[in-house]
Design a protein around this ligand. Structure first.
Ligand code: CP3
Length: 357
């Protein structure tokens, strides 16, 4: 599989194998900062109208690759497809983000949840993976993804985004058994979802634990980490050269790098609140690291972007015994709609130029 790829830098770096230059892709590389995305979205009518139509999902997946020399494509979809398929009724309210018609707040609510069928209820996602693989034709690898069990639970319990996570934290304190049952069914669904994306053609897999960092270390060890560990352990992903690498990305996961590196995942994604060199030292070559430029650096000038990209590259090498191998360059979190595409081009070119071996 990897051998048919014209650009296998990402897969090699995720396995800590040598590459000619550090691979780079950007979380949320497809999106509203691109005029061609806004045009496609206007035609399709809505975000879900794009995500649920494989040919349109494919088109927006490919848009950033036509502009920038990126080393990977990421499936255009959303982490909330799983709770939507569980029957919670996902919709987007303009200016407010994702919302669910039904929430999960009681033991009876959890009883009603089951693992969706991947080739019927979530077939549109698998079809998108298949169409994108066909259209990519081996240009770069395709990354599939899922939310983490905890991050999905945040949206399911809160009913949408949240500032304080009051309801799910109250559930963690007052009814931890119910929350653990919810996290357990989410974990079963995430494992089935990632396995189905892999079967459909995804060549690397990333779990987004976007809200793990809102937990105290003790609560993270109870409500997020064990479920990430179960995914890393139980997700079937092949052996040797054919193994599909798994990336565990978390916002605010700096306190848990050693545990994440010991989970069995091939790579850990980190945000910009930790020095990448420190992360490399603490994980000691057990995993590849992905990250970790502050996305706000893209608001700086091309010269400032280059300086900051160099600092990330050099920090990694400094903490990794002087070697750049085992690093996938990325932002520490996703891009925003008001970012300048020309600055993205400057970043991608700087990473490639500064990291050439
Ligand atoms: O990285 C990529 O290019 C792949 C696409 C992708 C999207 N969502 C597209 C999207 C990925 C990987 C996601 C994951 C996702 N979705 C996460 C985890 C990643 C992260 O940022 O931490 C989360 C928390 C969600 C939930 C979600 N979906 C939010 C908070 C929003 C934004 C709502 C808003 O109005 O800004 C979405 C919608 C969404 N998902 C958009 C995109 C491009 C914007 C949709 C639009 O209005 O066009």
């Amino acid at each position: 599989m990897a051998s048919l790829l014209k650009n296998d830098r990402l897969l090699r770096a995720l396995k800590r194998q040598p590459v000619d230059r550090t691979p780079v892709w950007l979380m949320r590389q497809a999106g509203r900062y691109l005029p061609e995305y806004r045009a496609t979205r206007a035609q399709a009518g809505s975000f879900l109208g794009m995500a649920k139509h494989p040919e349109i999902a494919c088109e927006v997946t490919l848009q950033p690759l036509r502009r920038f020399d990126l080393d990977a494509a990421i499936l255009f979809s959303d982490i909330l497809t799983i709770p939507d398929a569980m029957g919670l009724g996902l919709h987007f309210v303009e200016g407010e983000g994702p919302k669910f018609k039904r929430t999960v707040r009681s033991a009876a609510d959890v009883d009603r949840l089951g693992v969706p069928d991947m080739e019927t209820e979530l077939r549109y996602v698998m079809d998108a993976v298949r169409v994108i693989r066909r259209e990519l034709d081996g240009k770069v690898p395709l990354i599939g993804f899922s939310g983490s069990p905890w991050t999905l639970a945040c949206y399911m319990v809160e009913g949408g985004g949240s500032k304080d996570f009051a309801r799910i934290k109250a559930m963690a304190l007052n009814d931890p058994a119910t929350l653990h049952r919810l996290l357990s069914v989410n974990t079963d669904a995430v494992i089935a979802y990632l396995a189905a994306q892999r079967a459909a053609g995804a060549q690397a897999l990333q779990v987004f634990d976007t809200w793990g960092g809102v937990l105290s270390p003790a609560m993270y060890r109870e409500f997020s980490l064990p479920y990430l560990q179960r995914i890393a352990r139980e997700l079937e992903r092949g052996e040797g050269e054919e193994r599909t690498p798994l990336i565990l990305f978390g916002k605010g996961n700096a306190a848990h790098l050693e545990a994440l590196a010991a989970s069995g995942a091939e790579a850990v994604g980190v945000d910009w609140l930790v020095e990448l060199g420190e992360a490399a030292r603490r994980t000691g070559g057990k995993v590849a690291l992905q990250g970790n430029l502050d996305p706000a650096v893209l608001y700086g000038s091309p010269a400032a972007i280059e300086a900051q990209a160099r600092a990330v590259l050099d920090s990694y090498a400094e903490g990794n015994g002087g070697s750049r191998e085992g690093h996938v360059f990325n932002l520490g979190h996703g891009m925003s709609p008001d970012m300048n595409p020309d600055h993205v081009a400057a970043l991608v070119d700087a990473v490639h130029r500064l990291s050439a071996r």
